[in-house]
Ligand binder design. Structure first.
Ligand code: G6P
Length: 600
């Protein structure tokens, strides 16, 4: 959500902080700021509402420093404004904070009663004050003392002019990763900010704190017990974090899907038994047989991909499966059953609602599997076992390649469970062959981009759209509507095609076009008759399917019926992307949204 970055070393911290923030901006982008300790030991702070580039453009040439912290924000407490932007400062101390301090009101009231003047509406502002008031000689101890008074989640980075060259960072629920350089140290909420400077990183655990100096770092728990950490190497290429000549990350990521699907499949298909192997599943065949139900949890696109996954598991493994928004599940005191396999889906592995659902499940003794993209993320670590997507970094706020890779991983899971249950070897082979065909078929769809773009330009003129699909087409329709809403701000509503006549048909008119998902499966005639009902009411219909019926048809290559929904989603991503471009929107950073929502 918000992004933090910090540096200590011989170089000027300012360009390192601003460049790092620009790379984290996809996480949150309503305000930005930096604080550095100047060469003369003074604290220099700049923060402003708006984008990182605007904040950086206003920096005077003499604004330099050897150690510093930076932040890009997505407002939770208090509207976006200069005052609410981070870093927050108290005397010699500057702090950047991700997360939520739940007892902030109480702490603010105490500080005000002690005569302290607070200048923002944020929960975070209490932190520098608590640190500045500590009598501890070491900054690390002062931070520890302050954190002991906090209830909530945080990833923080702190500098104090009384300790030039020292950075203190801490983590509880919001990621913090250290970057080890040559006589310099970095910290950030996401490796994206570090890849340009170092490949050696250390992931902090919840409840851990680190003190960084240019020549190294030490880590400890909040109660001051030293911990020992082995650095790991970032494997992802730096270029993966760049737009690489594409105008937008969203378009780049749509085009990366054939390669991402290859990676999701690599080494996982077994040609001998026509099944799939998923290394991190940690489920022996006897345990897999004992599963009576599968419950999939996620938010946003992760939830819709989970709905597609539930259908695949029911169809191929004949195990009852359904998906539910993690955000709903965690609040409704769910019944947790020993013979249910729970699956948490998250691209970032950080979404707080999903993490909280996993924690609630684990507390009640539920077995949870993670389907996650970000390696080593909070959700991945919290689960009993898991399958990584290996989709590479996804930077655009609207999920595309992670969505597709999630669906592919569910197909592998369904194949694995199916072959343990009643899926025949012949059907296993059929699905495995279908999966292997996906990358080339996605390429084929991407070659139709120009045509889909012109259709999108045309559809972008409407104020509202219906997306309909039946059974396998239903999660496709939901994800299509979600994508369009997210990036083009055109109102879109997804409906099961079968439900149309029970309500929304009343809306159909020449002003409301319908995007219909029409796979060539056993329900194709039913779908065609629904489209007839729409056309009879002068509604324009665009079909995404396997037959070219009229000029408003997008035809995708045919795969196995169970896997067709994966392909049918791709034109809808292009449709949303090009509608947003036609309308002149900031595609990668849509208004009011953030890439991963790490707060309640
Ligand atoms: C946010 C984003 C969505 C995303 C959802 C889940 O709401 O705006 O695009 O689908 O989070 O994110 P996750 O990282 O858990 O998949």
């Amino acid at each position: 959500m918000c992004g933090i970055v910090a540096y200590t070393g011989p170089r000027d911290a300012v360009p390192i902080l601003t460049e790092g923030l620009a790379r984290l901006e996809y996480r949150g982008y309503d305000s930005a700021g930096i604080a550095v300790i100047g060469r003369s030991g003074d604290l220099r702070v700049r923060k402003a509402e708006g984008r990182v580039a605007e904040m950086a453009a206003g920096l005077p040439a003499r604004f330099k420093g050897g150690a510093g912290v930076g932040h890009t924000r997505w407002a939770t407490h208090g509207e976006p404004s200069d005052a609410n932007a981070h870093p927050h400062v108290a005397g010699t101390v500057a702090v950047v904070h991700n997360g939520i301090i739940e007892n902030a009101d109480e702490l603010r009231a105490k500080l005000v009663a002690d005569g302290i003047e607070l200048t923002s509406e944020t929960d975070s502002e209490v932190l520098p004050h608590l640190i500045a008031r500590s009598g501890a000689t070491e900054l690390e101890d002062a931070v520890r003392e302050a954190l002991s008074q906090i209830v909530g989640t945080y990833g923080i980075a702190v500098v104090d002019t009384r300790h030039p060259g020292v950075l203190v960072v801490a983590r509880n629920g919001s990621p913090v990763v250290l970057g080890i350089g040559e006589k310099e140290m970095f910290a950030a909420s996401d490796v994206a900010a570090l890849v340009r400077y170092t490949r050696q990183v250390v992931h902090l655990d919840d409840g851990e704190l680190a003190t960084l100096r240019p020549d190294g770092f030490r880590t400890s728990t909040l109660d001051a017990r030293a911990t020992s950490k082995e650095p790991s190497v970032i494997e992802t290429e730096e270029a993966a974090y760049d737009a690489e000549g594409y105008t937008h990350f969203m378009r780049k990521e749509i085009h990366e899907q054939p390669a991402a699907v290859e990676r999701a499949l690599r080494g996982r298909l077994d040609a001998r038994f026509h099944t799939a192997h998923l290394g991190g599943l940690d489920l022996d065949p006897r345990e897999a047989r004992a599963i009576r139900r599968v419950k999939i949890l996620g938010c946003g696109s992760a939830y819709y991909a989970g709905q597609m996954g539930a259908q695949l598991i029911e169809e191929l493994a004949r195990i009852p499966a359904d998906a539910e928004p993690a955000s709903e599940f965690r609040y409704r005191n769910p019944v947790v059953e020993a013979d249910t396999l729970y699956v948490a889906v998250s691209q970032s592995g950080e979404t707080y609602d999903t993490l909280a659902a996993v924690q609630e499940l684990r507390r009640k003794g539920g077995r949870v599997l993670g389907v996650v993209n970000a390696v080593g993320s909070a959700i991945a670590r919290e689960c009993d076992g898991g399958v990584y997507l290996h989709a590479g970094p996804e930077i655009a706020v609207a999920s595309t390649k992670a969505y597709t890779s999630t669906a592919v991983v569910f197909a592998l899971l369904a194949l694995h469970l199916g072959r343990i249950h009643d899926l025949s070897p012949a059907d296993g082979r059929r699905i495995a062959e279908g999966l292997r065909a996906l990358p080339a078929q996605i390429e084929e769809i991407l070659r139709q981009e120009d045509r889909i773009a012109s259709l999108a330009g045309d559809l972008a003129k409407y104020r509202s759209m219906l997306f309909v699909g039946r059974v396998r087409g239903w999660p496709v329709a939901r994800e299509g509507a979600q994508k369009l809403k997210e990036v083009s701000y055109v109102h879109a509503e997804a409906y099961p095609a079968s439900e149309l006549k029970h309500g929304p048909l009343a809306l159909v008119s020449p002003e409301l076009p319908t995007v219909a998902i029409v796979p060539d499966d056993e329900l194709v005639d039913k779908n065609r008759s629904t489209l007839g009902e729409i056309r009879a009411r002068q509604g324009r219909v665009v079909t995404i399917g396997h037959r070219a019926t009229d000029e408003d048809a997008v035809v995708v290559p045919k795969n196995e019926p169970e896997l067709d929904p994966i392909l049918l989603t791709i034109p809808l991503q292009l449709l949303a992307y090009h509608a947003a471009v036609a309308l002149g929107h900031d595609v990668d950073k849509p208004r009011n949204l953030a890439k991963s929502v790490t707060v309640d």
